[in-house]
Design a protein around this ligand. Structure first.
Ligand SMILES: [Zn+2]
Length: 258
C-alpha cells in the first residue's frame, strides 16, 4: 500500500498541523462564500500531518462562515475525539473516515449538498459531458447508491469502492464529494464539479434540445488536458487557485486563522 502523502506548505513539520488547520478553516469560509454551505451541516475534513490515522473535522453547530482553525476537532479513524471540543456527527465521520482509510495519498475531503449538485445526483444518467468543467470528470468520477444517512460503519468499504481511484464522487440522491492530496486540490475540484452541475441543470431547465460533447471528443479532451489523477504538479488543481483564494480571505477577514 502507498504511504500517506502529507501536504506541508511551510516545509516546517512542527507547524504542519497548524497550517493544515488554517487551510481547512479557509476552505469552510470560502465554501460558504461560494454558496456551498447548508445551515451547520456537512463536512470538509483534512488528515492530520502528525498522525495519518487522525483527521480534522468541523464540530456540530458551527456555521461554515464562522469557522476558525482552533474550532476544528481532531478525531481518529474510529470516531474517538482526540483533541478539541464539540460533537462530531456519526454520518460525517463515517463518510470521511472511509475515504481516509482507503486512500492513504488523500489528505482532504470536501462534501457538499448544493441544489444543483443534489439535482444532478438525482438524475438517472448523472453528470453529462456538456462543458469543459464537466469534462474534467469525464470517466473520472465514482457513483455511490443512496443508503440513507451514513450511520453504518460497513458503508465505509462500499463508499471507498464507489470512489475507486477517482477524485470525485456523486452520492446518488444525496450530494457531491471531492478529494485531494491537499485542501486546495479537493476544494478546487469541488469548484469545477459544482460549476459543471450548475451548467447542466441550467441546460436541462432551458427545455431546449441539448448537445453533449461527442464521445470521441470527450476522450480527446481527457487526454489533452490530462485528468486530475495524472495532471502534472504545475497544473494540479489548487496549485494556482488556492493561494489566490486564501489571499482573498486574508484581505477581507483573516479571523479564520484564529
Ligand atoms: Zn451528505
Amino acid at each position: 500500500m502507498a504511504q500517506p502523502v502529507v501536504a506541508i506548505h511551510d516545509g516546517d513539520q512542527e507547524n504542519a498541523e497548524q497550517t493544515m488547520r488554517v487551510d481547512l478553516a479557509a476552505a469552510f469560509r470560502l465554501a460558504d462564500r461560494f454558496g456551498w454551505s447548508q445551515l451547520v451541516w456537512n463536512h470538509i475534513t483534512a488528515r492530520s500531518p502528525d498522525n495519518p490515522g487522525h483527521f480534522l473535522i468541523n464540530p456540530m453547530g458551527v456555521r461554515w462562515d464562522e469557522m476558525t482553525a482552533s474550532m476544528l476537532v481532531k478525531v481518529d479513524i474510529d470516531g474517538n475525539v482526540i483533541e478539541g471540543d464539540g460533537l462530531v456527527p456519526k454520518a460525517g465521520f463515517v463518510i470521511h473516515s472511509g475515504i481516509f482509510e482507503a486512500r492513504p495519498e488523500i489528505n482532504a475531503v470536501v462534501h457538499t449538498h448544493t441544489n444543483d449538485g443534489i439535482a444532478v445526483t438525482a438524475l438517472e444518467d448523472g453528470l453529462q459531458p456538456l462543458c469543459m468543467e464537466a469534462l474534467f470528470f469525464y470517466d473520472n468520477i465514482g457513483y455511490h447508491d443512496f443508503e440513507g444517512t451514513s450511520m453504518e460503519l460497513d458503508e465505509r468499504t462500499r463508499l471507498a469502492t464507489s470512489l475507486g481511484a477517482n477524485k470525485a464522487m456523486i452520492l446518488r440522491n444525496h450530494g457531491l464529494l471531492t478529494v485531494g492530496s491537499s485542501v486546495g486540490e479537493a476544494f478546487t475540484l469541488m469548484y469545477w464539479l459544482e460549476r459543471a452541475c450548475e451548467v447542466q441543470m441550467k441546460v436541462m431547465a432551458s427545455n431546449a434540445a441539448w448537445r453533449p460533447v461527442p464521445k470521441a471528443m470527450c476522450e480527446h479532451y481527457a487526454h489533452q488536458e490530462a485528468d486530475p489523477r495524472d495532471i502534472t504538479e504545475d497544473f494540479r488543481p489548487g496549485v494556482h487557485e488556492w493561494p489566490a483564494l486564501v489571499r482573498l480571505l486574508d484581505r477581507d477577514d483573516p479571523s479564520y486563522r484564529d
